[in-house]
Design a protein around this ligand. Structure first.
Ligand SMILES: [Zn+2]
Length: 46
């Protein structure tokens, strides 16, 4: 699964813990900590 600090590419990612969705706009963007719960693992939505 995509994890904080990885650069998995453009798309929408959903926090595995709280469900917060974020969007990466660039292939150079790295996944952050979740801004809501500080979790570091994400599911890719599309
Ligand atoms: Zn979260």
């Amino acid at each position: 699964m995509p994890t904080k600090g990885e650069k998995p590419g453009k798309g929408t990612y959903k926090c595995k813990k709280c469900g917060k969705e974020i969007t990466l706009d660039s292939a150079d963007d790295a996944l952050p900590n979740c801004p809501v719960c500080n979790h570091t693992e994400w599911d890719k939505l599309n």
